[in-house]
Design a protein around this ligand. Structure first.
Ligand SMILES: *Cc1c(COP(=O)(O)O)cnc(C)c1O
Length: 263
């Protein structure tokens, strides 16, 4: 999937770079207001929706400005990048990190060292590796199970039909606190097709809630990004992962983060 130059041009106009604390304060308030408006349209309480700012590609100086504006947990797509930032900003002990991108099992140890949350769990091999390393560290971690709701081969995540049996295995991993499901919707301007991805994730969650093993809280729905978070909130999102609408457009195309073929 190649992103066309016009697309990044459009993103730069839509999402100007935030360069001061005031920019971040304003952008965060604007996103929260849009979340609140989406909640109001469907009779939800905005307190049910957590805004997770996504700081991938953003440098330390700008992350510190967003911290000054109130950000206390940040989403990162790549483990090495996230780990480096965690180390560099160890002087901010209440700044926590959520890994939201695909994980290779040889990186599980790293993630177990520093992340508060992992949102892209889609293989038992990873669950096993994370659990083992977390036990060794004496830590626990919140996890979301990633589901491929768009049917695109380029997206990671479990096929919707495989989610139920996967979740049934998770209570064995005592250091993983399973919080719910996560998805990336179709990248499309066709609202109804994007919405269908969110509806699918919510429907799966509702079904899992009924059959989930005791002690497993499957309430969370992590869905929605800068381009589609209002639709996601209307369809029940409890976490929205928003990068560009807070930090500004990214220089790198999204294809850098979501490679064409899962490996
Ligand atoms: C980058 C990313 C986001 C945020 O995307 P924006 O367009 O910056 O809002 C959300 N989720 C995942 C998994 C990402 O990699």
């Amino acid at each position: 999937m190649d992103v066309q130059p016009e697309e990044s041009q459009a993103a730069r106009v839509l999402y100007p770079q935030a360069v001061t604390v005031e920019d971040f304060t304003r952008n965060l308030a604007a996103v929260r207001a849009r979340i609140a408006a989406a909640c109001q349209r469907v009779g939800r309480d905005p307190a049910e929706v957590r805004l997770l700012p996504v700081s991938k590609t953003v440098d330390e100086a700008h992350i510190r400005l967003s911290y000054a504006a109130g950000c206390r947990m940040l989403g990162e797509n790549k483990v090495q990048e996230a780990f480096g930032k965690w180390q560099a900003m160890a002087d901010l002990p209440d700044l926590r990190w959520s890994v939201i991108g695909h994980l290779q099992s040889n990186k599980a140890r790293r993630v177990a060292q520093f992340a508060a949350e992992f949102q892209a769990l889609d293989r038992l091999r990873i669950a096993r590796a994370l659990d083992r390393h977390l036990q060794a560290e004496g830590r626990e971690m919140d996890v979301y199970v990633q589901v491929n709701t768009s049917g695109e081969a380029s997206k990671y995540g479990l096929h919707p039909d495989d989610v139920s049996s996967f979740v049934a295995e998770l209570p064995a991993f005592k250091s993983l606190r399973v919080r719910g499901l996560m998805t990336l919707a179709l990248l499309s301007s066709d609202e109804e097709r994007v919405r269908a991805c969110f509806v699918l994730l919510r429907t799966l969650r509702d079904r899992l809630r009924q059959e989930a093993p005791p002690g497993l809280a499957m309430d969370g729905l992590s869905m929605g990004m800068s381009g589609d978070f209002e639709l996601a909130v209307e369809e029940g999102a409890t976490v929205v992962r928003v990068g560009q609408a807070i930090y500004g457009a990214r220089a790198l195309p999204d294809s850098y983060y979501w490679p064409a073929s899962p490996g």
